[in-house]
Design a protein around this ligand. Structure first.
Ligand code: MN
Length: 749
């Protein structure tokens, strides 16, 4: 190897340092002196080290500092930290050396950076999710740690060529998974885009090459098109004396690739999509009005697609992004997206929230508190998270990637939630206790169920009931990690309450059966009835879902096992004379027959469905039909549909009755009519939810000429339960008539 010329190298390093100063443009000599001191210190500390490419190591921290200054817009302290970021990790100096020379604050940031370094870069296998979690818990006190780390990663990605192939792949995918979304979260649009493109370059080199070549090839044509397109806009803007800048932006290679994958279309149909950006120089007080004036000028010339209008000036995105977006039809029949921004908005869009700090005094913004809130949410999630490490990484990614909607509280406060969030997500976002006791909400003053999906701009008032407890099915209702974690936790706590009771009951049963070794039986029970844990088994024993019968069956070998013996006795196959007589026969048969299929008895793990023509609830007389796929459909015995089925498929009928202790709510319907006056709805809802502690799924009202008619869908536990409700509703002053609705499929959304 040729020995590098030391003088030449010294000059190279000084050149890089000059570029840093040029990008930063310090005003005060004492700041310049401090940065100089950091540079000298780092250069000395790293003096014998080289990067994989053979360059002197110090070039890396200097370049990171330059990114921090020019591309993120941070100041002196961050630049010093960037210069020193690898010193503690890679040289003999330690944190107290840094603290002595540069003070506490710098040392604290370096400490955070060193911790992350150990987590990401030195691990050749996989991300140490646990450490990652710890890191976020400790370092989010100072956001600058994350920002400098992003700059560090960006420079490593820019110089990834020197790395061996397998490391390139690992680093590139990590970048795509965690750092690009992180940059997006902080509104660092330019850095996010570059990180994505560089990741693509190493993970999909051929695709990256094809896309970038195509872009270069067609650059000239696109330029012609865009010049023709913007000409009339330029003319009108100049006429109105706007000071502006207008240019077109290519889509990034990565976003083109994403679009090709998403829409399954070839490159030819994507590459010529681009956006035009108009940046206006205007006073802060006029920027909103002026942006709309520009919008008006554009739509004077081109026809807009109204569905694509986005006003992120009135409500900025969670990461602070502000702009007006519209998509218009060009004369050649191509859609063109136009982004309209003031100079200030553009700075923020490119450099993220660091730019906000600079403008903070001139324009009060919510962004800082948004970022704070976001960090707080991460910390919340991490602290309450006991899931496996890898689940955690998934959740965290979900957390970073999603788009957001804006929801208003009854007091008009704004909350951000991921797209597809439901009423229940919102309830948990406010407070875990509110989530745990949530029975529904008023969304824009209309009653809505737990799983109602929210839209941006909804105003939501959560309705709670002390009687409510979280249920397994709630997992299907939520999308946020926070809600999932809280539900998991609450259910576990709920089960723990019963675990002891179940354990004691089990011992009692075992005594009766005469079994000594409870552990073996416990294992057998878990296997036979498919319980994932002892806790779950104890819970069901406490709830009498598993009793002496099942335990006996489990202990005594050789008995007819399985549930099939319970109801494989087909009914008489004699041809019926007519429908009515058959139903009579069936009912008689049911009464005579001794073995039953227990609905709601999950011991046997047979899937059954409640028919939606008559919607039986516990306590109703019921009958089951075995479907060809062996699922069982439950009807009320007086259901016309059931009667017709019985006539056709007598041999598929099985005798069915309700399990005694019903713990699941069944959906049923009530039709209620009365006199339309103010308290009506309130009284009805209060009676159902507060006095009877039941959950309402939906409530539809129609009022005309002083009378009101309501259809309520609600969850009840038994026929007794329903009859009590109907009885009490009838007692209300304004209620005239109450009846059960048998078929309500059409009322379900
Ligand atoms: Mn580094």
């Amino acid at each position: 190897m040729v020995k590098p010329d030391p003088e030449q190298e010294r000059r190279l390093i000084v050149n890089y340092y000059r570029r840093l100063l040029h990008a930063w443009k310090p005003n005060r000599p004492e700041d310049r002196a401090l940065v100089r001191k950091a540079f000298n210190f780092a250069a000395e500390a790293h003096k014998d080290m080289r990067r994989k490419s053979g360059e002197p190591y110090i070039i890396h921290p200097v370049e990171v500092a330059r990114i921090v200054a020019s591309e993120i817009g941070l100041g002196k302290t961050s630049i010093i930290c960037a210069l020193l970021h690898d010193v503690v990790e890679d040289t003999d100096y330690n944190l107290s050396d840094i603290e002595n020379l540069f003070g506490k604050k710098v040392a604290k940031i370096i400490d955070g950076l060193t911790k992350i370094e150990g987590i990401f870069d030195k691990n050749s296998t996989s991300i140490q999710a646990d450490n990652f979690k710890k890191m976020f818990l400790t370092l989010s006190d100072d956001v600058r740690v994350i920002l400098i780390k992003l700059a560090d990663r960006l420079h490593n990605m820019r110089t990834l060529d020197a790395m061996p192939k397998h490391k390139q792949l690992k680093i590139a995918s990590e970048t795509l998974m965690l750092y690009a979304p992180l940059a997006h979260r902080f509104g660092l649009y330019a850095i996010k885009t570059e990180l994505e493109d560089l990741s693509l370059k190493y993970t999909e080199p051929e695709i990256y090459k094809a896309i970038t070549e195509k872009l270069q090839e067609t650059a000239k044509d696109r330029k012609l098109f865009i010049n023709r397109f913007i000409y009339p806009i330029k003319k009108s803007l100049s006429k109105q004396n706007f000071k502006y800048e207008i240019f077109s932006r290519n889509k990034s290679a990565f976003s083109i690739w994403e679009k090709m994958k998403r829409k399954e279309i070839p490159l030819e149909e994507v590459y010529d999509l681009f956006a035009v950006r108009i940046i206006i120089d205007t006073e802060p007080d006029n920027e909103k009005v002026d942006c709309w004036k520009v919008y008006s000028t554009i739509t004077d010339n081109y026809r807009p697609n109204i569905d694509r209008l986005r006003d992120w000036i009135s409500i900025p995105k969670a990461n602070g992004y502000e702009a007006l977006h519209t998509t218009v039809m060009s004369k050649d029949g191509k859609w063109v997206e136009i982004q309209i921004r003031s100079r200030r908005m553009d700075e923020i869009a490119e450099k993220g929230f660091a730019a906000h700090w600079r403008y903070k005094t001139s324009s009060p913004s919510e962004t800082d508190s948004n970022i704070d809130r976001w960090l707080r949410r991460i910390r919340d999630m991490l602290q309450s998270n006991d899931s496996e490490s890898l689940d955690f990484v998934d959740e965290f990614q979900g957390f970073l990637f999603v788009d957001e909607i804006y929801i208003f509280t009854p007091k008009g406060e704004l909350r951000n939630l991921p797209v597809n969030s439901t009423v229940l997500d919102f309830a948990y976002a406010i407070h875990s206790e509110i989530g745990n006791t949530c029975i529904g909400a008023k969304v824009n003053h209309q009653l809505a169920s737990l799983n109602h999906k929210l839209k941006s701009g909804d105003q939501v008032e959560i309705i709670t009931s002390q009687k409510q407890v979280p249920k397994e099915e709630w997992f299907k209702y939520v999308v946020t990690g926070r809600a999932k974690t809280q539900i998991k936790y609450a259910i576990k706590e709920e089960k723990k309450k019963f675990a002891k009771e179940g354990d004691e009951k089990l011992k009692k049963y075992l005594d009766q059966v005469g079994v000594k070794d409870s552990n073996v039986v416990c294992k057998q029970l878990q296997e036979k009835y498919n319980y994932s844990s002892k806790l779950a088994l104890h819970y069901d024993i406490a709830k009498d879902l598993i009793g002496l019968k099942e335990i006996k069956a489990c202990c005594v070998e050789g008995t007819k096992s399985g549930w099939l013996s319970l109801f494989t006795r087909p009914f008489t196959k004699s041809k019926p004379e007519d429908k009515k007589t058959l139903s009579e026969i069936v009912i008689k048969e049911i009464k005579d027959n001794k073995s039953d299929f227990l609905v709601g008895d999950n011991v046997h793990k047979i899937s059954y469905d409640i028919s939606n023509c008559c919607n039986p609830i516990p306590g109703d007389d019921i009958i089951g039909f075995v479907q060809p796929d062996e699922a069982i459909i439950i009807h009320r015995t007086n259901c016309p549909e059931a009667i017709s089925q019985m006539s056709k498929y007598g041999n598929r009928i099985i005798k069915t009755r309700w399990h005694d202790k019903e713990t699941v709510g069944f959906l049923t319907g009530i039709k209620i009519s009365g006199i339309d006056n103010q308290g009506f709805i309130n009284e009805v809802v209060k009676l159902i939810t507060e006095i009877h502690h039941l959950n309402i799924r939906s409530f539809h009202l129609d009022s005309e000429g002083g009378t009101i008619e309501g259809n309520i869908l609600l969850y009840v536990y038994s026929i007794q339960n329903l009859n009590n409700i109907i009885r009490d509703l009838k007692k209300l002053q304004n209620v005239k008539k109450v009846e059960r609705i048998a078929a309500f499929k059409h009322m379900l959304k």
